[in-house]
Design a protein around this ligand. Sequence first.
Ligand code: 5GP
Ligand code: ZN
Length: 114
Amino acid sequence: MTKKVDDCLFCKIVAKEIPSNIVLEGDDFVAIRDINPQAPTHMLILPKNHYDNLAKAEDAEELGRLFMVAKQLAELDKLKGFRVVVNNGRESGQTVDHLHIHILGGRFLKWPPG
Ligand code: 5GP
Ligand code: ZN
């Protein structure tokens, strides 16, 4: 059964209680376009199971599958280069406490990030 948290924005998006621009869906994830894109391509992979963030994640295989989806999404938008980001905790910039992977691309990305 999917781990769900009431009052979690991304749990509601996963459950389709809130509409989103879904790019791809699998048994244990939903990939959407970010509502406030920071690059021409900015997608988010949301595991259907709720974990507050990476520090609370439990299943190595589940995490591995999410990374394979990141690769698939980059192929979908034909990105030459792309960045995969997971913010963890307020200090890192995490604003939604449901684990998610950002995929950014379509422009030159500076390093280090701010
Ligand atoms: P964080 O800052 O937690 O790493 O990333 C949260 C991301 O979710 C942000 O990039 C933000 O723009 C995006 N976001 C917040 N609310 C919504 C929403 O309702 N729909 C979509 N598609 N993205 C959202
Ligand atoms: Zn959630």
